[in-house]
Design a protein around this ligand. Structure first.
Ligand code: ADP
Length: 392
């Protein structure tokens, strides 16, 4: 069965067609800059090394989905659709089959993730129209963290805020952290129940998770994806007093939201959000770029220390996503000085450029240090197939 995985954002649609019973991607691609004059589309058939990349102005999301529909028909009938949905709130603990009732409940979550969920929902609505007879399943970014213990998910704020506004930590990137927690036992040849893992998803968005026996017991993102690590354009942890100060100084809430989501992080610190560009600037002696690298690496190191304490013993530290998988210099920077925590990197293994999961720890490192390419689409497809009873 072919499973279409859809990820609808504010101005983009990303998709992947996965075979349900195997580890194979048939087709993947994305439409970007939807509704803008300078849009692009990019796609690749499974097995092809080269993606086709074109300037293309999609008038709206529907036009982009029609394009996905056309491409999808080339590789065969779609048996199920899996939708990536950012926020599942307290209600959704795992994948759910979408019907009018779940759609209604989903709408109630919009206030918790106003920048993401409404777009995810719009994509679901259009896909239900386009494929009315195909089962569709929502897979939530928050779900893997649903069993966080109370002491990890509660904020020390008035009880009323929790009850009335849902003020608690939910965590995100769950699909990626869950994929990591599923493959690491295979890599190490040890059962999941026996393993304590720190998973570092370092992409444009970034988060860390402490995983014990296959369950997330703490994670760095909170009620929204703003908390925790420094990201491409988000600050991660800041003092809430700073925001109160800015409000008192007359900065409107919409401007705060824009600045915290789109203008902070690496971009705020040095004018670039892509770590490759930050490295290039730093190599030319740019002090702000060097500072951005230092702040980014230091924040990750702090979370490793915190999660080592949370877990008590760490069996594996895992790097994943764009930065985690590709940026050897940042991996080395992050782990500098952590030898006494049992994290010793092998510089030669760290610098090796290869595809696939690999170990990069030194021979005498008590803790495994792994690079694991994340496969969020594959994980979503697996969960869709499982939900629909197609695989165990
Ligand atoms: P997203 O969170 O948007 O899915 P990715 O996981 O694709 O992001 O990560 C994107 C980031 O990964 C880029 O912004 C860039 O900083 C970083 N990245 C990708 N490839 C490399 C590389 N070869 N070296 C360093 N950083 C890289």
């Amino acid at each position: 069965m072919n499973i279409l995985v859809l990820n609808c954002g504010s101005s983009s649609v990303k998709f992947s067609i996965q075979l349900a019973d195997g580890d194979r991607e048939l087709l993947s691609g994305r439409a970007e800059g939807i509704g803008e004059a300078r849009g692009r589309r990019r796609w690749r058939h499974g097995g092809d090394a080269e993606a086709i990349d074109q300037a293309f102005a999609f008038s709206d999301h529907e036009a982009a989905l029609r394009w996905v529909l056309e491409l999808a028909s080339e590789v065969g009938a779609i048996g199920a659709v899996g939708h990536r949905v950012v926020h599942g709130g307290e209600h959704f603990h795992g994948p759910v089959v979408l019907d009018s009732d779940t759609l209604r409940r989903l709408r109630d979550l919009d206030p918790l993730a106003p920048l993401h969920n409404p777009h995810n929902r719009a994509g679901i609505g259009m896909a239900l129209q386009a494929w009315p007879d195909v089962p569709q399943v929502a897979v939530f970014d928050t779900a893997f963290h649903h069993a966080l213990p109370e002491h990890a998910y509660r904020y020390a704020v008035p009880e009323d805020w929790y009850r009335r506004f849902g003020a608690r930590r939910y965590g995100f990137h769950g699909t990626s952290h869950q994929y990591v927690s599923r493959v690491v036992p295979d890599i190490l040849g040890r059962p999941s129940e026996a393993l304590n893992i720190i998973s570092l998803h370092l992409g444009n968005g970034a988060s860390a998770a402490a995983i014990q026996g296959g369950r997330s017991i703490d994670t760095s993102m909170g009620m929204t994806p703003l908390e925790g690590l420094v990201m491409g354009t988000r600050p991660g942890d800041v003092d809430p007093g700073l925001l109160l100060h800015l409000l008192r100084e007359g900065v409107p809430p919409q401007q705060l939201e824009q600045a915290l989501n789109k203008e902070s992080g690496l971009l705020g610190l040095c004018g670039e959000n892509d770590l490759r560009a930050v490295h290039a600037l730093a190599a030319r002696g740019d002090a702000a770029a060097e500072r951005a690298l230092a702040v980014f690496g230091y924040r990750v190191r702090k979370y490793i220390g915190a999660y080592a304490a949370v877990l008590g013993r760490v069996d594996a530290l895992v790097f994943t996503a764009g930065v985690g998988e590709n940026d050897a210099a940042m991996r080395a920077r992050i782990l500098q000085g952590l030898e006494n925590l049992g994290l010793r990197i092998d510089p030669a293994k760290n610098s090796l450029v290869t595809d696939g999961a690999r170990a990069i720890q030194a021979a005498d490192s008590p803790t495994a240090i792994l690079v694991v390419p994340t496969r969020e689409e594959q994980e979503i497809a697996r969960q869709v197939a499982q939900t629909l009873g197609h695989v165990e």
